[in-house]
Design a protein around this ligand. Structure first.
Ligand code: UDP
Ligand code: MG
Length: 317
């Protein structure tokens, strides 16, 4: 062989996507045929699905040696699944991809072209999120703005996990030792030369979203606390301003008492002050708890996920 064809790995997390597996397989194979100059492998991670996702994936592995499956022992979450897949990927470039086909597979050839033109990372940016609900768009927008305000690592807005990363970027990612992996932040943290491709996000092919509002809220907290210590430090300034105001108020009360004598009323202002500062303290203690909890989890040094089994065609290199 004169020149080895470059290998592109597609990493796909699956959680209860049984009804979508066929669609996914068809769609992705069509794309592979469109770019015959590249070899492909698909690393499917079954993130503890309760339905027939795993069996369907295993069937595909039997048919198509380009597919591999990593089966988790339970549901560890999308971030863990992506990490496992990216770890296992052998390609010269790696593309994380959603099983529900919300990321259009037709964009993959464009990502590859940009990569061949010298970009280390090719981001796929959603220009139109009208398929997401109003609430999800608004809260996502708020998340990006707030995150980028308080964190020195800026996450590009409207860019999901769908992107192409070359081998150097993937190796850098794999070296990051932290257990709590907020992938969007980690992707941004490693840097590298980046190009952007715009696309319109599709609706889910089948099934429903696996992220509830509460899961998304915790995901956002993970983002803030993983990449910023501002929420820890801001209390110093809030406390400082509070103390300063209290000092002026105290001076005022003392002077007034000296001039006008003892004044019994004042119950309302006292109660307000006590309640207000009490709540501030609770919020700040809670904030400390968020970080402490994460330090605690991190110190356990538990693995990110447990693999129950791997399925692959043994003849493949
Ligand atoms: N997913 C996963 N583990 C989970 C939740 C989701 O592997 O605990 C996968 C899911 O199967 C899909 C991708 O992550 O391939 C994105 O999930 P989903 O489409 O539900 O998220 P949304 O597009 O609504 O943000
Ligand atoms: Mg989706």
């Amino acid at each position: 062989m004169a020149q080895e064809r470059k290998l592109v790995s597609i990493v796909v997390p699956f959680f209860n996507e049984g009804e979508g597996v066929e669609y996914f397989y068809q769609a992705i194979c069509t794309i592979f045929d469109q770019v015959p100059d590249y070899s492909f492998e698909v690393v499917c991670v079954d993130d503890g699905s309760h339905d027939d996702t795993l069996n369907k994936l295993i069937d595909i592995v039997g048919l198509d040696p380009r597919f591999r499956v990593i089966e988790f022992s339970r549901n560890f979450g999308k971030e863990a699944a992506l990490t496992a897949g990216i770890n296992a990927a052998k390609g010269d470039a790696v593309i994380p991809f959603d099983a529900d086909l919300q990321d259009p597979p037709e964009l993959i050839p464009t990502l590859i072209t940009e990569w061949q033109q010298g970009a280390d990372v090719v981001l796929a940016r959603r220009v139109d999120r009208s398929v997401d609900s109003f609430l999800k768009r608004k809260t996502a927008g708020m998340f990006y703005r707030f995150h980028n305000l308080i964190s020195s690592v800026k996450i590009p807005e409207n860019v999901g996990d769908f992107r192409l990363m070359n081998r150097a970027v993937v190796d850098a990612l794999n070296q990051l030792p932290e257990r709590q992996r907020f992938m969007k932040g980690l992707f941004a943290w490693v840097g590298f030369k980046t190009a952007v491709v715009d696309y319109t996000r599709n609706s889910r092919a089948v099934g429903t979203t696996k992220f509830s509002g509460w899961k998304l809220w915790n995901f956002a907290l993970e983002g803030f606390t993983s990449f910023s210590t501002t929420p820890l430090k801001v209390w110093f300034y809030i406390g400082g301003v509070g103390a300063l105001l209290t000092f002026f108020y105290a001076t005022f009360i003392i002077l007034r008492t000296l001039i006008y004598g003892v004044d019994i009323p004042g119950y309302a202002s006292l109660l307000v002050a006590v309640l207000f500062f009490g709540s501030l303290q609770l919020i700040s203690v809670g904030m400390l708890g968020e970080y402490m909890g994460r330090i605690y989890m991190e110190t356990k040094q538990r693995p990110l996920y447990v693999v129950r089994a791997r399925y692959e065609d043994k003849n493949e290199p």
